[in-house]
Design a protein around this ligand. Sequence first.
Ligand code: PLP
Length: 356
Amino acid sequence: MNSSNTLKINISKVDKSRIDNVDFNNLIFGNVFTDHMFECDHINGEWQNPTIRPYGPLTIDPSAKVFHYGQAVFEGMKAFKDEQGEVWLFRPEENYKRINKSAKRMAMPEFPIELFDEALHTLVRMDSQWVRPGVGNSLYIRPFIIATECNVGASVSSKFKFMIIMSPAQAYYSGSIKVEIAEHYSRSANGGVGAAKAAGNYGAQFYPTELAREKGFQQVIWTDANTHEYLEEAGTMNVFFRVNDTLLTAPISDRILDGVTRKSVIDLAKRQNITVEERRVRVSEIVEASKNGTLKEIFGAGTAATISPINGFSFQDKVYEIDDQEDSYSARFKKELMGIQQNRIEDPFGWRIKVK
Ligand SMILES: *Cc1c(COP(=O)(O)O)cnc(C)c1O
């Protein structure tokens, strides 16, 4: 362990906030960023010079390895403001640990958890005006690490930059979502990087997702790369299937991202005595359940949209529709998760962390 967890954060503030230029009622996801950002460099084997400064462009040499070999990982988390004006994070330690798991898989140095925590609390507090109260409003937080060594040799970088940027977000109603079940392309493979939030995983999905969009599907549900017989997850969401009153979801593996929303849904469900089966789910089983009327719901779970109900899926050029449910699990979990996140209901799990 180096000494960086005791480093002091250098802070330089904006002269004037940009917040008055922002229309908080018409936010597009991930478009507008708050006044400040956090930055810390890893040089000579140590994280050094942690800094909070005005949000703005970086100057990076074109030979930096991140541009050539995609050595980059990220996280996605949120802060919320309650009606009393207190700001809360949701299970942030999960993200501190996960970025380090991702970093390790990409041969990048881990970022000290204490410094991450301190930087995040300090940054969110400084820009707390940007977190709006009200159902569905949040501050989306994007920590990331990139390889910054100036050298196009195809080998691990010796320099890295860790950053946190933040963007105000509104709940968005996605409308009716239909998904395509992948039969040709794959997101991840055994022994690959699917379990890491590594930048290239997402870039690689854009093309097959565009093809699905052209056919009228908003997302792809990925299947196992070997056989395409088992359902895995969506682009940035884990996926749940409700057959009768049982919830099914793929088990965590080195192909699947261990989502915080996924774990939270499982805990909420178990607390309500809903049976959850974390096991491989066959496409044929879901097709069959759709045909015989036992498939009640499909929904995605991820930080950006919390819970996204899915109204239909395509498989082998057939579309299977899912009727709306009264008192759906997806609506219930969404309400409970958002209630806990925004301090409207009790948090029996200790998930909500007050910003210091
Ligand atoms: C980020 C992500 C998720 C959701 O994880 P959360 O921690 O719930 O936000 C699921 N799948 C993939 C591939 C992801 O990148």
